[in-house]
Ligand binder design. Structure first.
Ligand SMILES: NC(=O)c1ccc[n+]([C@@H]2O[C@H](COP(=O)([O-])OP(=O)(O)OC[C@H]3O[C@@H](n4cnc5c(N)ncnc54)[C@H](O)[C@@H]3O)[C@@H](O)[C@H]2O)c1
Length: 335
C-alpha cells in the first residue's frame, strides 16, 4: 500500500469544494482533475498545482497515479463514472446521493464487489462536528436510549447559484433523493434501519418542478424508535439541516448552521436547555476523505459505504412511493 494515496476528482463545482479541503489531508495527494469545462480544469490545475487535467473522465479513471476517484458530477452520471473507476480498479468516493434509483445502486455495488475496491458515499453531514457530537451522545449513554428523532433538510433551490436544469429534471434528480438524502441519511445514522415509512407531500413552491417539493416523512425504526424527516426545497426559509434526538435520559437539538447544540438532561434539570459547544470547524469534506483513506489502508469498510448510501436512496424512494400510493411502505435494505 503506497504511503500516499492519489486522488482524482471529476466535476469541478462540488469537486472544487472537496479539493480545497483535501489538499491539507495528510496522506492524500491531489493528482488529477476533470471537468467538461476545459478552462475550469486549467484554472484549477494552476491554482492547486495539479499535475493531470482532462475533460475525459475515462482518462482520469485509468490514470496510474489515481488511487481514489471522487465523483462529484450530477446524480445521473454517478453510475457510469463509478463503473469506469471500478473497471480500472480504483476506489471511489461518490457524492451523495449514491445514485438516482435502487436499481442503479444495485448495479454500482455489484461492480464495486466484482472489482474488490472500496466505495464510500459522501454523506458529509455525518462528518459535521456538531452532528458527530450528537452521535457521540447517543452512543456514550449521555442521552440514554433513543426513542424519537427529527431530521430536516431545508433548502430553497431557487437560491442556489449556478442553478441549472438537471436539478429540475425529475429523471436526472428527484429532490428528495438528491437533496433530502442528507436528512434521511442522518435519520438512519442515528436511528438505524427503518422498518416502515409513511409520507405525505405537496407542491406549493416550485412550479417548474414536476414532482412535489415538500415532504413530511414518518419513520418507524426496526429498533422501536420513531421519527420524522422533513425535506423542503422551495420554502421561504434559510438553508439548514436540523437534527433533534429524544433519548430516555435527555434531548438534544442541533443544526448545521450553529456551532452549539441545545441539550436538556433529565438528571440535571429536565425543564432547562443548556448550550453545549459542539465544534465549529466546517471540515466535513476533509474528514470524509480521511475516513475513506483509512478504510483503504486498513482494508475495512468505511462509514457511509456503498450499501449505506444505497439504503438511504431506498428509504427516499419508499417515502415517495408511500406518498404517491397513500400507504405505509417497507424500504429495501438488502444490497
Ligand atoms: N455534499 C453536499 O452538500 C453537496 C453539495 C452540492 C452538490 N453535491 C453533489 O455533488 C454532485 C455535483 O453537484 P454540483 O452542485 O457540483 O453540480 P453542478 O451542475 O453545479 O456542477 C457539475 C460539474 O460537473 C461537470 N460535469 C458534468 N458532466 C461532466 C462529465 N461528463 N465529465 C466531467 N465533468 C462533468 C460540470 O461541467 C460541472 O462543472 C451532485 O451529485 C450533488 O448532489 C453535494
Amino acid at each position: 500500500m503506497p504511503e500516499t494515496l492519489g486522488v482524482g476528482i471529476i466535476g469541478m463545482r462540488m469537486g472544487a469544494s472537496q479539493l480545497r479541503q483535501i489538499v491539507n489531508v495528510p496522506g492524500l495527494e491531489l493528482v488529477a482533475v476533470c471537468d467538461l469545462d476545459e478552462d475550469r480544469v486549467r484554472e484549477i490545475q494552476d491554482e492547486f498545482d495539479v499535475p493531470f487535467g482532462t475533460t475525459d473522465y475515462e482518462r482520469l479513471c485509468a490514470h496510474d497515479d489515481v488511487d481514489i476517484v471522487s465523483v462529484a458530477t450530477p446524480d445521473y452520471l454517478h453510475l457510469e463514472m463509478a463503473e469506469a473507476a471500478f473497471a480500472s480498479g480504483k476506489h471511489v468516493m461518490m457524492e451523495k446521493p449514491l445514485a438516482r434509483t435502487v436499481d442503479e445502486c444495485r448495479r454500482m455495488i455489484k461492480a464495486q464487489r466484482e472489482a474488490g475496491v472500496k466505495l464510500m458515499t459522501a454523506h458529509v453531514a455525518r462528518f459535521y462536528d456538531v452532528f458527530q457530537k450528537v452521535k457521540q451522545w447517543t452512543q456514550d449513554g449521555t442521552l440514554g436510549e433513543t426513542y424519537n428523532l427529527y431530521t430536516s433538510y431545508i433548502h430553497n433551490y431557487e437560491n442556489i447559484p449556478g442553478f441549472n436544469e438537471w436539478r429540475f429534471d425529475a429523471e436526472k434528480r428527484h429532490q428528495l433523493i438528491g437533496g433530502g438524502c442528507h436528512a434521511l441519511d442522518l435519520a438512519r445514522w442515528i436511528g438505524g434501519e427503518v422498518a416502515e415509512v409513511s409520507c405525505y407531500s405537496n407542491h406549493y413552491n416550485i412550479p417548474q418542478l414536476d414532482t412535489d417539493d415538500h415532504f413530511n416523512i414518518n419513520l418507524k425504526f426496526q429498533s422501536g424508535a420513531v421519527g420524522i424527516t422533513v425535506g423542503s426545497f422551495g420554502c421561504a426559509h434559510p438553508y439548514n439541516i436540523d437534527m433533534h434526538v429524544w433519548g430516555t435520559k435527555g434531548t438534544v437539538i442541533a443544526t448545521n448552521t450553529t456551532p452549539t447544540a441545545k441539550i436538556c438532561l433529565r438528571q440535571t434539570d429536565r425543564n432547562k436547555w443548556m448550550e453545549m459547544p459542539a465544534g465549529a470547524a466546517p471540515k466535513g469534506l476533509a474528514a470524509e476523505f480521511a475516513v475513506l483513506a483509512d478504510a483503504i489502508r486498513n482494508d475495512t469498510t468505511p462509514e457511509s459505504d456503498g450499501v449505506s448510501g444505497a439504503r438511504t436512496v431506498a428509504l427516499g424512494w419508499a417515502a415517495i412511493e408511500s406518498s404517491r400510493e397513500g400507504r405505509p411502505v417497507t424500504p429495501v435494505t438488502d444490497f
